[in-house]
Design a protein around this ligand. Structure first.
Ligand code: ADP
Ligand code: MG
Length: 148
């Protein structure tokens, strides 16, 4: 299903990420889309926190490194396609991690949209105004009863 949530601060977006993390079992690929500064990395930080990444480990944007790995309850692969051509995805080796012991999070996933298969969770973040964002969550693991 599709769920829409308005957040009024970066912290609220982080908390939505933490909540989504509670639904993850491994094997999911989280496709993050939205303009620069929408809050994709903020959301990813929340997911990482929710999966139990050591709070002393900074979860940072992989804009330059392209891919960051984190150890957690389920190990995390965090990628950012911003600087890539659509075929660039094949050079990242992400497919190595697309298994049940990882959660893959990809910022700017729309750049290589056709590449992603399997258990997909789509997160689109829209800028509404300073401090406010609309988060649109879509995927089999998004269930209405979890948001009451
Ligand atoms: P992206 O990865 O999409 O480029 P970031 O997560 O790096 O975006 O940055 C989002 C920026 O927007 C941060 O500076 C954050 O403080 C700010 N911001 C303001 N309001 C929100 C909100 N409701 N949710 C997420 N980020 C917000
Ligand atoms: Mg980012």
């Amino acid at each position: 299903m599709i769920k829409e949530i308005i957040t009024g601060s970066p912290k609220e977006t982080f908390i939505i990420g933490e909540k989504v993390a509670t639904f993850l079992q491994g094997g999911e690929t989280i496709l993050l889309t939205g303009d620069l500064g929408a809050g994709k990395t903020m959301f990813a930080k929340g997911v990482a926190s929710g999966l139990g990444v050591d709070p002393l480990t900074p979860v940072v944007s992989p804009t330059f490194t392209l891919i960051n790995l984190y150890k957690a309850r389920i190990d995390i692969v965090h990628a950012d396609l911003y600087r890539l051509e659509p075929e660039g995805i094949f050079g990242l080796g992400i497919e190595e991690y697309m298994d049940n012991s990882h959660v893959v999070m990809v910022e700017w996933a729309d750049i290589s949209e056709g590449y992603f298969k399997g258990n997909l969770l789509r997160i689109k973040i829209e800028y509404l105004e300073e401090g406010r964002r609309k988060i649109i969550l879509g995927g089999d693991i998004i269930k209405e009863e979890n948001w009451r």
